[in-house]
Design a protein around this ligand. Structure first.
Ligand SMILES: [Zn+2]
Length: 357
């Protein structure tokens, strides 16, 4: 009898202790779903996953896929890279609806480039969120998801160039050589930037040499210089007082240049190794400026679309508008094929590495 009372008392004490413990997110997860393991130091993950100057907060590899999905609510060093783009999606959609309400939008050939721009922005955000959230699963997952991330960047570049060409360009620029070669050039350089980034990822191993950044940055910079050329021409030839979109275009360029700076250099973590493991990494700042660039682009393109809506079909012809927009899924498929080819080469390389080990 006394043994039974003691057992009940100990059960009661345990329950009280459990109630006193602060509630963790893992307590809310049903027992059948695995909860993410605690984060670990850089020295405990394979070399591929280590970021320069980021010393802790790594998720262990080879967990259940659901653990990486649930790591959305875990504190780790990729957390803000995911949330910056995840939160950008509702912000972008809200700005879209606000502009539809204030400036008007009708579905048709004239609005196709604007719709493609939104679709391309959502595509790069989706691939980026997926890559940063799930890449820690394995080396295969890391490579494949970042190859898809580069696909997102390429189609976003093309989406921007469609908006710039059809809504923001001046007739004098369109008559120039650059203007005449712009659309095929934008598709080609978009694809080339995907090739450059995939090649750099496949070719170079951590710690990455400076050549890797060059291989990534040359095609992406060439693509950007071409994409922004109609806007740059207009900024220098048209009065800013008459054009409400030009300040937004200036802001998108500034945001892009800052994002490129933080993408290229591990600032500020190189000055504070281990202090930016959760918040403050250059890559997070790069994401924030890229999102700002996209939002300013949306504002600028909507202003330009409102101004050109009634003349855009007349100026360019419905056929050219449709062709340019049909190239978007074609470019997407070419980039996906590039990612698949890069993945095949990488798999071969990973198999060789496994045999050596
Ligand atoms: Zn990223």
């Amino acid at each position: 009898m006394s043994g039974g009372i003691l057992q009940r008392l100990s059960t009661l004490t345990l329950s009280v202790k459990h109630l006193r413990r602060p509630l963790h997110f893992s307590d809310l997860i049903p027992v059948s779903i695995p909860s993410p393991r605690p984060t670990i130091a850089a020295s405990q993950v394979p070399n591929l996953f280590r970021e320069p100057y980021i010393l802790s907060g790594y998720r262990p590899v080879q967990q259940d896929w659901r653990c990486y999905l649930l790591s959305l609510f875990q504190r780790h060093n990729e957390c803000l890279n995911v949330w910056t783009h995840l939160l950008a999606v509702p912000v972008l959609l809200l700005r879209w609806w606000a502009n539809v309400g204030s400036l008007g939008y009708t579905l048709g050939a004239a609005s196709l480039p604007l719709s493609i721009f939104l679709l391309s922005s959502l595509t790069y955000m989706f691939f980026s969120v997926t890559a940063h959230l799930l890449q820690s699963h394995s080396e295969h997952a890391h490579y494949f998801l970042f190859f898809l991330d580069y696909v997102g960047v390429a189609v976003y570049q093309y989406g921007c160039s469609l908006g710039h060409y059809f809504y923001s360009s001046e007739a004098a620029w369109r008559d120039s050589v650059v203007g005449m070669l712009f659309l095929p050039g934008a598709a080609f350089f978009g694809w080339l930037s995907c090739v450059g980034c995939c090649f750099a990822k496949y070719r170079y191993r951590r710690p990455y040499p400076w050549q890797r950044k060059i291989v990534q940055l040359i095609p992406t910079s060439l693509a950007y210089l071409l994409d922004i050329s109609p806007v740059a021409h207009r900024m220098f030839t048209v009065s800013w007082m008459q054009e409400p979109s030009l300040p937004f275009h200036a802001l998108q360029i500034i945001s892009f240049l800052l994002s490129a700076l933080f993408f290229s250099c591990p600032i500020p973590e190189c000055f504070f190794p281990g202090r930016c493991d959760f918040v403050g990494q250059g890559h997070q700042i790069f994401h924030v400026f890229l999102v700002l660039c996209t939002i300013f682009q949306l504002e600028a393109l909507f202003q330009d679309y409102a101004r050109q809506r009634n003349t855009v079909v007349e100026v360019f012809g419905e056929r050219q508008l449709w062709w340019a927009c049909v190239c978007f899924p074609a470019l997407f498929m070419c980039c996906i094929l590039t990612a698949v080819v890069a993945m095949r080469h990488t798999q071969r390389q990973l198999r060789k590495k496994q045999k050596k080990e």
